[in-house]
Design a protein around this ligand. Structure first.
Ligand SMILES: [Zn+2]
Length: 164
């Protein structure tokens, strides 16, 4: 995914807020929806593009599964509604990011058991830049649709809040 992580995170977080009966923590959902791609800083400036950035620990489901289990244990002990809501919004958006990356880029879902990247559709390398490869592929239309969907929901909510 290229442009759809943030709008998809917005849609998921707004849906979760309704289910969890809260109006808070939107920014946590939005931050989590793009957090795994913060490894691009390491990819470009430290690793010199030696490793696919989807293979870094921040894009590994096993890492986030471990975090999820740790949070569940803490939630069981703390019994905090706030912690439960925040962790649900945060981790749901992390896993949404990984699911969306599985669409056209690939995620190591079974690592370390299986060193194979799972990807739904293959985006061929027709251009010298990976950005062009993604933008000029039909799968980018899916990203545009998610962006339009999130924009429509945002505008509808703003209009509603304006009228209230
Ligand atoms: Zn990513």
């Amino acid at each position: 995914m290229f442009i759809a992580h943030l709008p998809a995170g917005y849609l998921l977080t707004r849906w979760l807020q309704q289910r969890l009966k809260t109006t808070e923590y939107l920014w946590i959902g939005l931050a989590a929806s793009i957090l795994p791609d913060s490894d691009l800083v390491y990819f470009y400036f430290i690793d010199n593009r030696q490793t696919l950035h989807h293979e870094y620990w921040i894009h590994l489901p096993i890492f986030w599964l471990t975090v999820w289990i740790a949070v569940l244990v803490v939630n069981l002990l703390a019994k905090s509604r706030k912690l439960s809501i925040v962790s649900t919004i945060f981790l749901a958006n992390i896993f949404l990011h990984l699911i969306l990356d599985t669409f056209a880029a690939g995620i190591l879902w079974l690592y370390p058991l299986w060193d194979k990247s799972f990807v739904l559709i293959d985006v061929p390398a027709r251009y010298s830049s990976w950005v062009e490869n993604f933008i000029f592929h039909w799968s980018f239309l899916v990203e545009i649709l998610i962006f339009i969907w999130a924009s429509a929901v945002l505008l509808k909510e703003r209009k509603k809040n304006h009228l209230d």
